[in-house]
Structures are given as structure tokens and as C-alpha cells.
Design a binder for this molecule. Sequence first.
Ligand code: PLP
Length: 440
Amino acid sequence: MTDRNDDLFSAARAVIPGGVNSPVRAYGSVGGTPRFLASAKGATVTDAAGREYVDLVASWGPALLGHAHPEIVAAVQEAAARGLSFGAPTEGEVELAALIADRVRFGEIRPIERVRLVSTGTEATMTAIRLARGATGRDLLVKFAGHYHGHSDGLLAEAGSGVATLALPGSAGVPAPIAAQTLVIGYNDPEALAAVFAEHGPRIAAVIVEASAANMGVVAPLPGFNRLIAETAHAHGALMILDEVLTGFRVHPAGFWGLQAAAGEDYLPDIFTFGKVVGGGMPLAALGGRAEVMDLLAPLGPVYQAGTLSGNPLSVAAGLATLRLATPEVYATVDAASARVSAALDAALTSAGVTHAVARAGNLFSASFRASEPRNYAEAQAQESFRYAPFFHSLREQGVALPPSVFEAWFLTAAHGERELQLIEGALPAAADAAAAARP
Ligand code: PLP
């Protein structure tokens, strides 16, 4: 029987490549018809056929406070009434930049003195790399296999997220000379890091790293690895770009960097990138760092970057409202919800006899169908991923929406209350049984 989602998917495929505007939404790796969402409120999303789901996607991260939080919606409505876009500086963007700089601190350590607002995480990382190249006068970039930093040319080599879901080594359309500027090494591998710097050190502009990998499933950095990246890069005159697009303002008020600093692993990245939560569900992202580096951006410096919609007033209003509402209590609520769901996931898969490991990084987590937590991309790929589709569909039929790929993190929000948590806990055992019964 077809429903409104099937009709819309047919219509979408006639006018949109694959029927979607971002590849993982097409359900390619889990099969079936994507749910076309009509509305979302709190922890619930409603599809085009009127079916409700407890949501564990949270728009892939931004909805820290749940969907359509009334104060965030009101802030956006108020901003909209004053004008949709000016292409001129506004008071709100000054407040947001100052708030970002203020939040990302550990004691007296404040690594962000200047912030530039852009519209997507892709733009933030792309600009951070150009800035690192401009600052060092070098070309090469080191990235880690399985890390996703958006879809700019140089960053699609062995990338995570949709590139991993589609099992692509990279992307067609990236000129070989551009791909050759990116050196891809294994994650959590100190020897590979030392080796790449030993061979190419004087030509490396920067190392870019997800603060914690979460686009090949969650793969936390081994203790000391992020600090080692900072030390190694700095010893060779290169910069460290810490990509907090996914983790920033989600796992801790000061991001994964703040979480690590609080746990005793302090290090100083040169450029941070943010997205998702910082825009509260609107198109907004940012990069930040110390003045000496950031002031190389135009108009002060020679590194060009611009955007018609950069610092868009509606996006800024959503970002400001979100960060102001993101109190320590919000993080405590999300952390507790995440601990509860990840424990229930672990227990359900164990009872069903499914070989698995639940990996956590702050309040982010995911399960992989292998005996131990993956430490890198090769290990993340070496799992019985065929078990994910029946697991995913069982949960969906029971009214729980998971990310449609085994290579994505699960996202809880502050709006997941007792009712939603119980619904998820109640649905997990049958889903685990479906995973156990799966055959390749
Ligand atoms: N960096 C990381 C760590 C991400 O997770 C993402 C998106 O998922 C990006 C960059 C790209 O952000 P956007 O999709 O807003 O371009």
C-alpha cells in the first residue's frame, strides 16, 4: 500500500536528483521510502502521512532543545518581521560572535578572540583551510579517513557521513591536483601522524580533525590523540583546525574541546569550526580563533571570504536564542537521556545475542555491529552493517526515527522526556531481534 510519502518520493525523483537535497536522506543504505516530514515539535516529528515518530535525528544535530522551541521560533518570527536579509552588519551578529567566543573557554584559556559567521559547516571548514594556507604560505592539508568536514573539493577524500554510507572513495568531479593537496591518514594512529609530518612537514598548512569523529558512527579520539595533533602540527609550523560543527555546543557548553579540557586533556587548536547547534536549526555556521590568525581574513587581511547571506538576521536570532537557552541544566538533561538510551540499546542488543559495541563521545553515541568499538575508519567499516536496515525499519514501524545509516550518531535533545524515553526503550528489544535475524 502506498501512502503520501511514496507519492511525494515519486514526484520528488522526477524533479530532484534521487528525490533528495542531501544524499543520506534517500534511505539508500536502509531501503524503503524516506519519510517526508511535515512538521516537528519537541522530540516528535510528523510525516506527510500524519504518522508521528520520536526523533533521534534532531535535524542531524541542530535541535539541541528539541524541535520548534517556542522561544527560538518567537525570536525568528520577531527577526523576520524586521527584515529577512540586509547584507549589512547587524547588532545581533556582534552579540552572537561575542557569545561564541565567551562560551568556548576553559578557565582563563580563551582560544577564540574573533569569529566569522557563515551559512553552512562546509563553508566554515572550507574557509578555515584557506585561512590556514594563507597564514602558513603552505598548501598541504592532513585529514583523517572517515572524518567528514562538508562537501568542498579537498575534503571529500575518504570522507565519512554520506560518502561513507554510499561507500565512495571520494567524489567524481574533484580535479586530481586538488585531491593531491589532501593527505589522508588513519584516525587515532600516532605513527601515521608522525610519518606524514616526517615526510611532508614543511609543506603542511594544517591538520583538520573532527573534535570527536561522529560521521563514521561515533569514534572518540583515544586519550591524548587530539593533544598530540596540536603538538605535532605546532612543532612543524602547521595549524590545527578543530571541526566542532557536529560536537560544538552539543556535548558541552564549550564543545568537545571544553569537555576534554575539563577532563584534563588541554590543547590549543588554532581555528575552530562550528555549525548545527550554533544556528539553532537555521543556516548558520562559524569559524573562530585567535586574532592574529582570524584577522588575516578580508577586509583586514589577504584571505578572501564573503557571503550574501552570511550573518543572516533570522539565523542569528535562532543561534542567539539557542545558545542562551542552552544552560548547564539542558546539557545535564541531554546527557542523562543519552546515557539512558545508549544503555537500553546496549542491553537490547546483548539480550538478542547481537554482536555489537556502543561507542560514546560525550552525549553522542552509536552502535556498530562488531565485537569492539572501532578506533578508525577501517574498523568502522569492518562490521555486519547488514543488520542495521532491519533494526532501523523495526524502530521506524514502532514510531522511532533513527538516522538512516549505521555511520551516523544518534541525537537526543532536551525535549526527550519520560514518555519518549520509555517509547524508545520499549521499541528497542524487537528491533534488536530484527537485527539478530538479519542475513547478509
Ligand atoms: N563538519 C562536520 C564534523 C559535520 O558533521 C558536518 C555535517 O554533517 C560538516 C562539517 C558540514 O556541515 P554542513 O552540512 O552544514 O555543510
